[in-house]
Design a protein around this ligand. Structure first.
Ligand SMILES: [Zn+2]
Length: 254
């Protein structure tokens, strides 16, 4: 995604973390909800990321107006909104949001969960650029289960703050992290699942055609007249769908 969208390190960092946030939320719901996280700050930096529980992800990021080398680069800048939408299988959706504060993505993400879900969640994220054009993104997401007692929550919070939130643990391979969590929390860690997230864009010629139909016949014919053909680029995967006059005519049968 970093290469599709030609992102610099700053936006690749933000995009990776936003995708992880969407993935973490999607993993916490039963069934096949799709989660999107969208935020935009005062410098017009913005990210939109989708994930489902299988780790099928897509995202797009816009760099906004901060200059290269700006010291505020690691932070979401100024005010704005972080919005989370949950889409279920019938395409009903539920939307909630939090106001951004000038801090990292993960701090804002944690604030969102605190404001909207009020479930104890502990988040650690890290990105590194091992070489030009590549980014490594890692994250740990601990969330209290419904049956957790106040005592449990206090204990987990205390241990997290004392140890792993400030350690280099997150840079280690997943197996090692799981092992370390066992010794930090003195609990058995069950390994439930394993998978590889993958970029999957769900755009299609049909979907683009539906958008054109929604625009209306007059509008579409106007663009066609101006430009000779209609070219629509998918925001996420940069696929181009074109419609010539013959194809446009078929969208609007009389
Ligand atoms: Zn696409």
């Amino acid at each position: 995604m970093m290469r599709i969208h030609d992102l610099d390190d700053r936006m690749a960092n933000f995009m990776s973390k936003t995708v992880m946030g969407a993935f973490f939320l999607a993993r916490m719901v039963k069934g096949d909800q799709r989660i999107s996280i969208q935020w935009k700050d005062e410098a017009k930096q913005s990210v939109l990321a989708y994930s489902n529980r299988r780790g099928e992800i897509k995202a797009v990021a816009y760099p906004g107006e901060l200059m290269v080398g700006d010291v505020r680069n690691d932070f979401i800048y100024g005010t704005g909104i972080l919005k989370v939408i949950r889409w279920d299988i019938e395409n009903e959706y539920y939307q909630s949001f939090t106001n951004l504060t000038e801090d990292t993505f993960e701090t804002n993400f944690q604030k969102y969960i605190r404001d909207s879900e009020q479930i104890l969640s502990i988040i650690k994220m890290n990105t590194e650029i091992p070489k030009f054009g590549y980014i490594q993104a890692r994250g740990i997401f601990l969330q209290a289960l419904p049956e957790a007692t106040d005592q449990d929550k206090e204990r987990i919070l205390r241990i997290s703050e004392q140890s792993f939130l400030h350690s280099d643990l997150i840079r280690k391979p997943a197996e090692e992290i799981a092992h370390s969590l066992e010794s930090i929390f003195l609990e058995k860690v069950d390994h439930l699942d394993q998978g590889v997230p993958n970029f999957r864009c769900d755009c299609s010629r049909n979907k683009i055609a539906e958008v054109l139909v929604t625009l209306g016949k007059n509008e579409v014919e106007e663009i066609l007249e101006e430009q000779g053909k209609i070219e629509v680029e998918c925001e996420f995967c940069k696929s181009i769908y074109d419609f010539d006059s013959e194809k446009v005519a078929r969208l609007f049968p009389n």
